[in-house]
Unconditional design. Structure first.
Length: 125
């Protein structure tokens, strides 16, 4: 995937999961930026024109849906994928209303995250 596709921005509060995602996605040739939580993401002022958000649902301070809602208010319109240890119907519904492309459950072992990221970063995505 070319650099013009933009970075994958991973927001995950678990150090081990965040580092594993960064490592795995970089092995796939992707440009990856990682953040440990919503506060750090909301402090960011240098948003790319293209890219993809991968956001954990359960985080301290606010959940992943609330974070993306705040980013949308700031006109950050990058495609987003929600990851969670435990999804339920209410979460899936609120994620859909907030424009998430997918809700994926951990462990992320079947390739669906990478497929979703590639789709989001494609020129037609």
């Amino acid at each position: 995937m070319s650099a013009s596709a933009g970075p994958v921005i991973v927001v995950e509060d678990d150090d081990a999961v965040r580092n594993a995602l960064k490592f795995a996605l970089e092995l796939e040739g992707l440009d990856v930026r990682v953040y440990p939580g919503a506060v750090e993401v909301l402090a960011e002022s240098d948003w790319p024109a293209r890219g993809c958000l991968v956001v954990d649902y359960y985080m301290a301070g606010m959940n992943g849906v609330e974070l993306v809602d705040q980013l949308r208010e700031r006109r950050v319109e990058l495609p987003a994928i929600l990851i969670t240890a435990k999804a339920n119907n209410a979460m899936r519904t609120s994620a859909a209303w907030s424009g998430f492309r997918q809700v994926l459950e951990k462990p992320l072992e079947d390739g669906s995250l990478l497929d979703g990221i590639r789709s989001a970063l494609s020129p037609t995505g």
